[in-house]
Design a protein around this ligand. Sequence first.
Ligand code: GAP
Length: 441
Amino acid sequence: MFPGSEIYGGFAGTYDWGPLGTELRRNVVNEWTEVMQSHDNMAFLDSSIFTAAKVWEASGHISGFSDPMVVCNHCHTKFRADHLLDAIGVVADEKMTEKQINAIFDEHRTKLRCPVCGKKDFGKVVAKSLLATSTLGRFEDEDEEVYLRGETAQGIFINYKNVLASGMYSIPFGIAQVGKAFRNEISPRQFLFRKREFEQMEMQYFVSPKEAPEAYEEWRKERMAYYDRLGVKKEKLRWKQHENLVFYAKDAWDIQYEYPFGWNELEGVHYRGDYDLSQHQKFSGVDMTYYDEKTKERYIPNVVETSVGVDRTVLMLLADAYDEDEMNGEARVVLRFKPNIAPVKVAVFPLLKNKPELVKKAREVFTELKKEIRPMVFDDNGNIGKRYRRQDEIGTPYCVTIDFDTLENDTVTVRDRDTGKQERVKIGELATRLKKDILNQ
Ligand code: GAP
């Protein structure tokens, strides 16, 4: 990942995915998508980023989606009030109301020092809207202010009737979407953890009010179990219930991960009741009710939401997979990604760069294997030990080396990243063997 607009000094809260990061990100999205596809009542959606202001008025984001901001009266630097409190060990959270956080801030005011100028002179805590805006229009004087979506979920709510009208789904069913979301975070920080432009993988499950509590429990179980599929260490994950509910939630739990900077939210599983559909019905005038043929009842469906960021997942996977150990008497850094997560699946090397017959054979093996396994890399730079280290550092599970024995008996060595063990495998069996290992783990 590179800082956004890096050659111009960077642009806070944005990062650009590099070649390996793009693969990592894609693997994360694919795993999530596959899990959602495994449900037979799941629709997928790709809604717009630019959205009419009415959507955010109805959803409550214009009036209620904000961060608590406080300004130092001396040096005029702006801070997140909850972060300042956090730094002195006082628990406050971003979801508290302006009144609640002001009360806590006032109680501890005498202990709070500006991290920039050192003075103890802060103003009142005010709610700063998180919605990012832009303008659209034919002429400048006709431009209207529009919102970039603050969560992908609203795109799902405003299309719930369209999806139903397709005739392919009936309650209970889910709508899943992966897409960019934008938030004007006051203090984007902790690398990928808090960005201004990030990607969400959200699923809204539309269910009858009666069945909603059970569905909520089922989804909570499923979402925690999902992290096993990504190979995340169990002891680094835990549940945390929200004490202060966001305006749309009836109940909310976070799956937290123990990041290098402490336990923090990875995914939210929220019971949103009929809040969103009722609001859109009120503001748009469109009937959002559903007639349930099974129960002969008409109701506004309730919604169970699962919402996780691609960026936070990638940050977790990097932290979780990072390891330092010793192999053959040498210290090494290794990313122990599960093969389904690793950005590169297999690397192919000729033992020596200056032996044309080895390089030719290695190229042949690489080209053939690449028809079945991707992404792969070919590397003939430096000695073989250095090449192994390079692949260990990016988490490549297997390295295939073509040596002089290959020319004699058509076998290659396959080296396992975690154990360093090497095995001779026939070229004819290579693709099947590797695919089995990569897909079955
Ligand atoms: N639709 C519900 C919703 O948006 P949220 O708790 O505000 O709820 C859901 O966000 C998830 O989106 C979070 O658990 C996190 O993974 C991700 N996320 C939220 N804000 C983010 C940010 N500024 N940078 C990166 N990821 C973020």
